[in-house]
Design a protein around this ligand. Structure first.
Ligand code: CTP
Length: 133
């Protein structure tokens, strides 16, 4: 049984999120997802998430390819999470390429290409720019 772990905020769930989760799951038999806590997201992105950590966890957990979800409280605990969930593979988007190679001693580290032209920020900006009419 190969366990894959990945992390993210997954706010305003979009197809880029779905695709990285699908590709992550395809690398193993079980996919565990660390969803950033509201506080961690605020500190990382300097913006309040639209959906709460509970709502984001509920949405991510409902996806067919996701087996288990937990709240990621701190970026510094990545090693602990990898060990706690027995992850064999850590997946990150390639915007983080090389930044997590330190975990190669406990699991395989894979950086997957992001889906082009979509992000939570872009969706929020798109909706904010729509006229009310
Ligand atoms: N992701 C992806 N393709 C995209 C957007 C995100 O593969 N177009 C991946 C990220 O690389 C990460 C995961 O989805 O592994 C969660 O990313 P997150 O930061 O929650 O989403 P973004 O859309 O990048 O959010 P933001 O615009 O707030 O940075």
């Amino acid at each position: 049984m190969t366990t894959v772990i990945t992390f993210g905020t997954f706010d305003v769930l979009h197809v880029g999120h779905l695709r990285i989760l699908e590709r992550s799951r395809a690398l193993g038999d079980r996919l565990v997802v660390g969803v950033s806590s509201d506080a961690l997201n605020l500190s990382k992105k300097n913006r309040q998430a639209v959906f709460s950590e509970d709502e984001r966890c509920e949405l991510v957990a409902s996806l067919r390819v996701v087996d288990e979800v937990f709240v990621e409280e701190s970026l510094e605990q990545k090693r602990e999470y990898i060990l706690r969930f027995g992850a064999d593979v850590l997946v990150m988007g390639d915007d983080w390429a090389g930044r997590f190679d330190e975990f190669n001693d406990v699991c395989r580290v894979e950086y997957l290409p992001r889906t082009p032209s979509i992000s939570t920020t872009a969706v929020i900006e798109h909706i904010s720019g729509m006229s009310a009419s």
